[in-house]
Design a protein around this ligand. Structure first.
Ligand SMILES: Nc1ncnc2c1ncn2[C@@H]1O[C@H](COP(=O)(O)OP(=O)(O)OP(=O)(O)O)[C@@H](O)[C@H]1O
Ligand SMILES: [Mg+2]
Length: 208
């Protein structure tokens, strides 16, 4: 098996031993001048997760911070290309993203994720993996506003019955009960939403 220690019927990696790095997360954060964390944007399709995540990233980049956005659609082309939109596969999609985001935090990055992530239990699982590094940002845009935007034309198709299990129409969205940040991406100004996220990072001393 190509030099690793697995036997032919052992594909669960039981013989794998964690290797400690010489360069720690703290050393990377010191060099970066800020801490690592995950800004987990959640909300309906069209709520403004991608728009806001990229606008926050742009502002952070201007502040010389090291950042990366993991965006739902992009991940579906690669890391999660084998998954569909069944409940089971949505769970696995979010689990993988949580694990990858955790690695990026270890790399000292301000990591921004933009996934509908409609199920509370899935988001809470990521929260459990990441602990204090997990910052849930609820893009609180009402369904009627998202539907009137219909950025990708998906609501129209979902209403026509062409997309099964579409969040908000034929599949539930479970809003966060206690998000670290709630942003008014429905009626609020984008710059105000960005300011709100940056202020939170300063208050938590994630940005030194
Ligand atoms: N305050 C705001 N914050 C973010 N987006 C806003 C705001 N006000 C208006 N918009 C508009 O709302 C739309 C949001 O679309 P966007 O693609 O960001 O949504 P999304 O949540 O990423 O959806 P999806 O889950 O389908 O990827 C954009 O056209 C954006 O310009
Ligand atoms: Mg998006």
């Amino acid at each position: 098996m190509d030099g690793d220690n697995m036997t032919s019927n052992d594909n669960k990696s039981t013989n794998v031993v964690w290797h400690e790095a010489q360069v720690s997360r703290e050393m990377r954060e010191q060099m970066n001048g800020h801490k690592g964390c995950v800004l987990w944007f959640t909300g309906l399709s069209g709520a403004g997760k991608s728009t806001l995540a990229h606008a926050v990233e742009e502002r952070l980049h201007q502040m010389d911070a090291r950042t990366f956005v993991i965006d739902g659609d992009n991940v579906r082309h690669g890391l999660c290309a084998d998954l569909n939109f069944s409940d089971e596969d949505r769970v696995e999609n979010i689990r993988r993203v949580g694990e990858v985001a955790g690695l990026f935090v270890q790399a000292g990055l301000l990591t921004l994720t933009a996934f509908i992530s409609p199920f509370r239990a899935d988001r809470d699982r990521v929260r459990h993996i990441l602990g204090n590094d997990f910052i849930e940002i609820y893009c609180d845009t009402p369904l009627d506003v998202c539907e009137s935007r219909d950025v990708k034309g998906l609501y129209k198709r979902a209403r026509a019955g062409e997309i099964p299990a579409f969040t908000g129409i034929s599949s539930p969205y479970e809003a966060p009960e206690n998000p670290e940040i709630r942003v008014n991406t429905g009626h609020g100004d984008l710059h105000v939403c960005v300011d709100q996220v940056i202020a939170y990072l300063q208050q938590r001393e994630i940005l030194f």
